[in-house]
Ligand binder design. Structure first.
Ligand SMILES: Nc1nc2c(c(=O)[nH]1)N=C([C@H](O)[C@H](O)COP(=O)(O)OP(=O)(O)OP(=O)(O)O)CN2
Ligand SMILES: [Zn+2]
Length: 127
């Protein structure tokens, strides 16, 4: 089994509604998003899949999130869930799951991790 990892970053604002502390107020982070893809077979170039392919799909997701107020994105905020690292991991997993499956046969998204700061992150995966 091979595992490929691609990281990206975005900056955005959020607030955590109902949080008993500072995080309930509007504030921002530079989030790191980590995509892990797995599969068994290498191509004749020795690649599971070209990193460029994964970067392209991650860039499209980051475009939707960068410099946004995350609570205003459908699915988050009023009537939705708080834009926590956990919920962002799930949101990004759902956006990338299909495009990554469609890159080529035999690979799949393993997990998405989202860092809010260098020492705190959440991961979503399906087993
Ligand atoms: N399980 C989670 N806990 C918290 C989340 C989260 O997404 N999942 N988010 C927050 C807030 O977004 C908060 O802004 C982050 O706080 P913290 O990790 O403490 O980071 P700071 O940048 O504020 O750094 P300090 O170390 O507190 O200065 C809270 N919890
Ligand atoms: Zn925060």
């Amino acid at each position: 089994m091979y595992e490929l990892t691609v990281n990206g970053k975005f900056s955005a604002a959020h607030r955590l509604c109902g949080y008993p502390g500072d995080c309930a107020r509007l504030h921002g982070h530079t989030w790191t998003v980590q995509v892990k893809v797995i599969g068994e077979e290498l191509d004749p170039l020795g690649m599971l899949v070209d990193f460029k392919e994964i970067k392209k799909h991650l860039a499209a997701v980051i475009d939707r999130l960068d410099h946004q107020f995350l609570n205003e994105i459908p699915g988050f905020g009023q009537g939705g869930v708080n834009p926590t690292a956990e919920n962002l991991s799930f949101y990004i997993y759902r956006l990338l799951e299909k495009p990554i499956l469609e890159i080529k046969k035999g690979i799949r998204l393993k997990e998405i991790s989202v860092w809010e700061s260098p020492d705190a992150y959440a991961t979503y995966r399906e087993e």
